[in-house]
Ligand binder design. Structure first.
Ligand SMILES: [Mn+2]
Length: 315
């Protein structure tokens, strides 16, 4: 395993960086990328963040202090990307030329010259914080906003079990800088668009319980998304709905993609390891939040899920 110091040295000794973020961009991948980009620019280097074409506008504030520039890359970094399939299609051309991978997922299969992974970090932004400190970067309010967005996103605003004293320590350091923390919390965790409420109506309508209410499964099809005019990229956060129900130990949300493939998000209570569960379907993630993909239809996927629950837990 590489050290934070080694990663900081590699960053200081290179230039002309492209920073790649994952598909369905969230606060952690974007916060990591924009914090790192600002840090590199602060050191007089050239850096650029590359995202999926569909990037939710609520994250626009993360680029407040980014200098937009055009150049050819000499060093490519991936942040918070666990595997190649999570690289957005517009960035696939870089998938075999990643120089540095920084990630916090349990399983990381990105093929990079150098990898720094730490699955004990609640958010990738926690790792970025320590790298920036090691690089001697001044963490100003704009960088603090980005790191806060990442840590708060991946910990469910400090509610999930992955939250550690380290998460709180880093945030307590960030809060010494001037940035609009309550505004960020409101925009990321409280406000919902009308479309989001329409989506929740559909998810509630499609909700099905099994095994005495221990398992809750719901889905949304592309036709249903069209009916409320919501895009695939606007569905972040929907995976937390089934697991929020009392007595549910495994909450599953299936969303159809335009390719016809289903993206299945799994959230679990402490009784079930979501990463291990998803490995049965060729997926993975974290202990309480993981996922997989399938080209089967909804009924087939549900049947397979129930079979695994019976097999593994005697339900
Ligand atoms: Mn993350």
């Amino acid at each position: 395993m590489e050290s934070i110091k080694k990663i900081a040295d590699v960053l200081k000794n290179n230039d002309f960086f492209y920073i790649l973020t994952h598909i369905y961009p969230d606060g952690d991948t974007l916060g990591s990328a924009y914090a790192l980009c600002q840090a590199l620019q602060q050191l007089g280097k050239h850096a650029k963040v590359l995202t999926d074409v569909n990037c939710p506008s609520k994250f626009d504030f993360l680029k407040n202090n980014i200098k937009e520039e055009n150049f050819n890359p000499k060093f490519i970094i991936s942040v918070d990307i666990a595997e190649k399939s999570l690289i957005p299609s517009n960035l696939k051309k870089f998938e075999n030329s990643i120089n540095l991978c920084i990630d916090h997922h349990i399983k990381n299969s990105i093929d990079a010259d150098i990898s720094y992974t730490d699955h004990t970090a609640a958010a990738n932004c926690e790792i970025i914080y320590y790298i920036l400190k090691e690089m001697g970067v001044k963490i100003d309010g704009n960088i603090a906003s980005c790191l806060y967005a990442g840590i708060s996103t991946d910990t469910g605003c400090f509610k999930y079990s992955n939250t550690t004293s380290k998460s709180h320590f880093i945030v307590s350091e960030l809060l010494k800088r001037d940035f609009p923390v309550s505004k960020i919390n409101e925009d990321l965790f409280i406000k919902k668009s009308k479309k989001k409420i329409e989506t929740e109506k559909i998810l509630n309508k499609n909700l099905e319980f099994s095994f005495d209410g221990k398992c809750a499964i719901t889905h949304i099809t592309t036709d249903e998304m069209k009916s409320i005019n919501i895009g695939e990229n606007e569905l972040d956060g929907i995976a937390s709905l089934p697991i929020s129900i009392e007595n549910v130990n495994i909450g599953i949300t299936m969303r159809e993609k335009s390719s016809g493939e289903y993206k299945i998000s799994v959230r679990t209570s402490s009784k079930i390891n979501a990463n291990e569960f998803c490995e049965n379907f060729g997926g993975g993630g974290h202990s309480r939040a993981a996922g997989f993909s399938s080209f089967d239809d909804i009924f087939k996927i549900k049947e397979k899920i129930k079979n695994i629950l019976t097999l593994k837990f005697g339900w």
